[in-house]
Design a protein around this ligand. Structure first.
Ligand code: ADP
Ligand code: MG
Length: 394
């Protein structure tokens, strides 16, 4: 793969200086992602429609033969050392844990990885809901497999990334982030069935762009709300089983069944389930709309998703509502919605490519006039999953 973003020339010299090593390191990248639609559907066995973005984490790796893993983070400005034969889950989320956790997951699965000197850098905003953590995991895995001569299997590696987050870091998320970081293709969104793990690519029309609207508001409530929402979904499934015993997840529930079982649920559990049952249909509808270049319909689905997340799932915020309202009032915008767990983080808008510049200026200026947050607005293009880069260093 050629190195359009210049990772080889950015990371190569750093790796030589940080570790005093001559020659060219192996360089891998993995992308962040936006979820176009299908929010809070992954842990309900539903569909999601993410798109990898041209914001990436890059990892440069030199092999070592002594079982040590030394890693330097450009973002955090520090170097950490760990022994590959002495890795145990710390249930902590420091940057080194995403690197060490990936090595641990590879070793636990029997992959004979060698020691390494690594430099890690990236331009996926950290902790904004654009999945920088999965990008670190998958770029690390790709680089470690590269220097260890291990064949790259995207599905297995994505599942090992999820294992890292569950069992090493202690964050129990779905598979969407890691699957997108390995399986995505440039120019496409990716429909993922979170029950069967089947993926299909959806060509992204080239006359529109996705604009990320980063509210700058922290996602501090997101963790507890996430657990509360997923518990509510499990409760709804248990109660609805009295109407239809064979259902396993809200994916198996349609609107008819939900209405039949409505008396079994309290008002909150009903609203949560109502969001999920509606939202689970939207990724496939949006995939169809994008494939047919029906951008009005794609935008309508995004707006509908946002309303459902705000009114029924109750995970929006003042800032997310403000940004999406401002976005929708621009004539170049087809639709806008929060993306990720909610309570801060990012929204996305689907915008006519020709209007993107004016859209970004106008919407950001208006948002800034009403908040004092460190917000940012940028357009993204559909990128490919984790890969090794080759090319001539400068
Ligand atoms: P998200 O995945 O939504 O961005 P997370 O909280 O899951 O948010 O992951 C963010 C964490 O991932 C950061 O706090 C940091 O530990 C790690 N991380 C992300 N990007 C980098 C990077 N470029 N260098 C080092 N660590 C990173
Ligand atoms: Mg993450």
């Amino acid at each position: 793969m050629t190195d359009r973003s210049g990772w080889i020339s950015r990371l190569g010299p750093r790796a030589r200086v940080a570790f005093g090593r001559p020659g060219n390191p192996c360089v891998a990248v993995a992308p962040g992602r936006v979820n176009l639609i299908g929010e809070h559907t992954d842990y309900n066995d539903g569909w999601v429609l993410p798109m990898a973005i041209d914001r990436q984490v890059g990892v440069a790796a030199f092999p070592r033969d002594d079982g040590m893993l030394r890693a330097h983070s450009v973002v955090f400005g520090e170097t950490r050392e760990i022994r590959l034969d002495d890795l145990a889950p710390p249930f902590r989320a420091e940057w080194i844990d995403y690197v060490g956790g990936m090595a641990w997951a590879l070793i636990s699965a029997g992959y004979p990885i060698v020691g390494a000197d690594l430099v890690v850098d990236g331009d996926v905003p950290l902790g904004s809901g654009l999945s920088s953590s999965a990008a670190v995991e998958m770029a690390t895995a790709r680089a470690l497999c590269g220097i260890s001569g291990i064949d790259w299997d995207p599905v297995t590696m994505a599942l090992l990334g999820q294992k890292t987050e569950w069992e090493y870091i202690g964050v129990k998320g779905g598979v969407m982030d890691q699957f997108t970081a390995t399986m995505a293709r440039g120019g496409h969104a990716m429909l993922l069935d979170c029950r069967t793990l089947e993926t299909s690519l959806v060509l992204f029309p080239d006359n529109v762009v996705v604009v990320v609207l980063d509210t700058g508001a922290s996602r501090s409530l997101a963790g507890s709300a996430y657990n509360e929402r997923s518990a509510s979904c499990r409760e709804a499934v248990t109660l609805l089983q009295s109407v239809k015993p064979e259902i396993r997840a809200l994916r198996d529930v349609d609107l008819d069944l939900l209405e039949k079982g409505r008396d079994q649920l309290d008002a909150t559990a009903y609203r949560r389930a109502r969001h999920v049952v509606g939202e689970i249909r939207r990724p496939r509808l949006m995939a169809k709309a994008l494939a047919g270049s029906d951008l009005e319909e794609a935008g309508r689905l995004m707006n509908e998703s946002h309303t459902s997340l705000r009114e029924l799932y109750e995970v929006s915020s003042f800032e997310l509502d403000l940004f999406t309202d401002l976005a929708r009032s621009h004539p170049g915008c087809y639709g806008a919605r929060l993306t990720g767990a909610g309570f801060g983080g990012c929204a996305i808008a689907l915008v006519k490519a020709d209007d993107a510049g004016d859209f970004m200026n106008t919407v950001h200026t208006e948002y800034r006039a009403q908040t004092n947050l460190q917000s940012s607005v940028f357009a993204v293009r559909a990128d490919s999953g984790a890969r090794l880069l080759d090319g001539v260093e400068v």
